[in-house]
Design a protein around this ligand. Structure first.
Ligand code: URA
Length: 433
């Protein structure tokens, strides 16, 4: 005989539709009943749209997060005997910060369990980037992850299927029902995975601007506040940086080229914005893990972070010395006149790199590791007519036309002294204790 269900999905949908509040028990039941297939996709679609339109209270968001955590396993790194700290970025164009950040923080003796994903659409995935390193393996068992955290200090790997399975199902539904951009749903989705992962401290890199998921800085601030509260409520020391995603990060957008740039940062060089964000996020992560007064930059300049990177790549079967793949075809775009680059819009360059093959349109598509865009100038740089502005890389030359269509009009060359459009500081605000 089947068990009697505690609630009726239609009653709960009506409550949210009419701007009512759901109880802790109702939210717990809804998430569980949806995960086991009792609540149908069409009912959950109506519920997510009601949440999108009418929002949720802080208590409801916390209950939603806890219910999604309870749908799967919860990891526990307390046996490591050292603090754990992690970072999550809401995603952006050229955002490869996890790659230099993990080894940098781990080189201070703090464990960094960085469970990452693959890219969908114009924002790249950390695992896709690392898979351009010959031999590197993203899938690790929990035992392998634990051993790497103990022996190397940090790991970047795929989040196992056991972590917040309710979120996987719900996220796929939101993706096809126009309900991704609801702050209660984004916050509970991200934080359920990070809390279930078992990290003791968490720094959130919440992006705003044209290349970000939420373009408006005030909405990004609200998301950051909501996530910081969720983390703190769950006993995870949490802070957030609000960072500018109007302009691509660094000089590379793709996979193999982003690994190359990350290695430059680990060697003490690399573009100034990548180094700045890596260093600031590392300071936050270390401070939350109890190491507020360390010289973070020294570990980039003296090779400690690079040693940890090499050890982490090797531990996952990769060869840190192997040449990275290169694309068969290149197309160079040159400056149309002398002047200063005053605008370079992130989103079109992200879409351009995606169309070159660096990203995927469907979950099951492969990515082309050597495809992408190398930028030769950033806003504020002087450029001369006929000199390269950026280079497109692809294996199939037929891809260039659609990528060029995507970036058409995405940059402006002005006069010396002209204002940089969409400029402003890279780190606009910090939220947290
Ligand atoms: N990333 C997630 O993991 N979940 C969201 O809802 C949005 C971004």
């Amino acid at each position: 005989m089947s068990a009697v269900e505690a609630f009726d999905a239609v009653d709960l949908i009506r409550t949210k539709r009419d701007r009512g509040e759901l109880s802790t028990e109702q939210i717990g039941w809804l998430v569980d009943a949806y995960t086991r297939g009792y609540v149908a996709d069409e009912q959950m679609s109506a519920m997510t749209m009601a949440i999108f339109l009418n929002g949720m209270t802080r208590r409801e968001i916390r209950d939603m997060t806890m219910a999604m955590i309870a749908s799967g396993e919860r990891m526990d790194f307390s046996g490591l005997g050292k603090p754990t700290t992690d970072k999550h970025s809401t995603g952006g164009v050229g955002d490869k910060i996890t790659l230099p950040l993990m080894p940098l923080v781990a080189s201070f003796g703090v464990a960094v369990p960085q469970l990452s994903g693959r890219g969908l659409g114009h924002t790249g995935g950390t695992l896709d980037k690392l898979e351009s390193i010959p031999g590197w393996r993203a899938e690790l068992s929990n035992d392998e992850m634990f051993a790497q955290l103990r022996d190397v200090g940090g790991v970047i790997c795929a989040a196992g299927a056991g972590l917040a399975p309710a979120d996987k199902k719900l996220y796929a539904l939101r993706d096809i029902t126009g309900t991704v951009e609801a702050i209660p749903l984004i916050a509970s989705s991200i934080m359920s995975k990070k809390i279930a992962e078992g990290t003791g401290a968490l720094v959130l890199d919440v992006k705003f601007g044209s290349g970000a998921f939420l373009q408006d800085i005030e909405r990004s601030r609200e998301l950051a506040r909501t996530m910081v509260e969720l983390g703190e409520d769950a006993g995870v020391a949490t802070s957030a940086l609000l960072t500018n995603m109007n302009v691509p990060l660094g000089l590379t957008i793709g996979n193999a080229n982003e690994v190359r740039e990350s290695v430059e940062v680990l060697a003490g060089g690399g573009p100034a914005d990548i180094r700045e964000l890596t260093v600031e996020l590392a300071r936050e992560m270390l401070a939350l893990a109890g190491q507020a007064d360390v010289d973070v930059e020294a570990a980039l300049d003296d090779g400690r972070a690079m040693d940890t990177w090499r050890a982490a790549i090797r531990a996952q079967g990769g060869d840190p010395d192997a040449p990275l793949p290169t694309a068969r075809e290149q197309h160079v775009v040159v400056a149309e006149r002398d002047g200063v680059l005053v605008r370079q819009e992130a989103l079109p360059f992200g879409i351009g790199a995606w169309r070159l093959g660096a990203g995927r349109a469907r979950k099951e598509d492969p990515v082309q590791h050597a495809a992408g865009i190398d930028l030769h100038a950033k806003p504020g740089d002087a450029v001369r007519k006929g000199e390269p502005l950026f280079t497109l890389h692809a294996d199939e030359p037929e891809r260039f036309a659609r990528a060029l269509e995507a970036v058409e009009g995405a940059w402006t060359i002005g006069e010396p002294g002209d204002e940089i459009q969409d400029g402003g500081p890279l780190i606009a605000d910090r939220i947290g204790r």
